[in-house]
Design a protein around this ligand. Sequence first.
Ligand SMILES: CC(C)(COP(=O)(O)OP(=O)(O)OC[C@H]1O[C@@H](n2cnc3c(N)ncnc32)[C@H](O)[C@@H]1O)[C@@H](O)C(=O)NCCC(=O)NCCS
Ligand SMILES: Nc1ncnc2c1ncn2[C@@H]1O[C@H](COP(=O)(O)OP(=O)(O)OP(=O)(O)O)[C@@H](O)[C@H]1O
Length: 230
Amino acid sequence: MRIVGLTGGIASGKSTVSNLFKSHGVPVVDADVVARDALKKGSGGWKKVVAAFGEEILLENGEVNRPMLGQIVFSDPDKRQFLNRLLAPHISSGIFWEVVKLWLKGYKVIVLDVPLLFEAKMDKFTKPIIVVWVDPETQIKRLMGRDKSSEEDAGNRINAQMPLDVKRNKADVVIDNTGSLDDLNEQFQKVLIEVSKPLTWTQFWLSRNGALIILASVTSGVVLCIKALS
Ligand SMILES: CC(C)(COP(=O)(O)OP(=O)(O)OC[C@H]1O[C@@H](n2cnc3c(N)ncnc32)[C@H](O)[C@@H]1O)[C@@H](O)C(=O)NCCC(=O)NCCS
Ligand SMILES: Nc1ncnc2c1ncn2[C@@H]1O[C@H](COP(=O)(O)OP(=O)(O)OP(=O)(O)O)[C@@H](O)[C@H]1O
């Protein structure tokens, strides 16, 4: 299986590119969705966040007040690192299981849409790595437009990530999304051809057996736990 990395800056257009992949039948694992699940009321991530940030971070219905938590962590790098450390194991295991499910369904190509692919060092599991780039003026304009946020809030969110130019230099493929949606679609069609090329025999062997070894390890771990508990 080919695991394609899709990343970029906040509001650079990753979800827009993800939707193009999905509309062409390529499944996408969206790290933002996984991260949202990891913060759902009662989950392991939720418990850690409530213990760390206090019950004042909750809405009346017990869910995390996301805008409030966002205000806190995007204006304070230490608190953001702290939140990242709390949620990272839940997000990476959530992504792992989504990948396993798609692999078991027989998909040959899947896309991981992970805003913090480089920051979280998940880039080593994906090939090729696609970076969706936009120029800084367009990025802040689109971010403020989409989230109805102030220039200060949008700037804080942009500065919370590795600079987009640095990400661009680490990419195997760059999609420049500064232009129109038609421009984006034109670039996407070339990328789609590239990522749909069959794997070489070596890549195929490594991906198939790598996944089998991981599955076997997880299964034997579960069996050992059940034996130890019984
Ligand atoms: C702080 C939270 C509650 C704010 O929620 P909110 O609904 O306002 O934003 P949302 O989750 O939709 O994220 C929007 C974008 O912000 C950026 N972003 C999110 N978390 C982070 C972070 N920790 N560091 C830098 N950028 C981030 C991403 O580009 C993301 O696409 C939320 O972002 C969160 O739980 N973040 C920590 C989990 C995480 O690292 N998510 C990114 C997945 S790799
Ligand atoms: N080429 C384009 N022309 C005009 N608007 C665009 C273009 N591409 C994306 N947008 C708009 O810009 C905003 C940001 O795009 P999108 O949500 O895809 O970014 P993202 O990288 O997924 O953001 P996030 O990191 O927050 O998840 C959205 O409102 C989207 O509709």
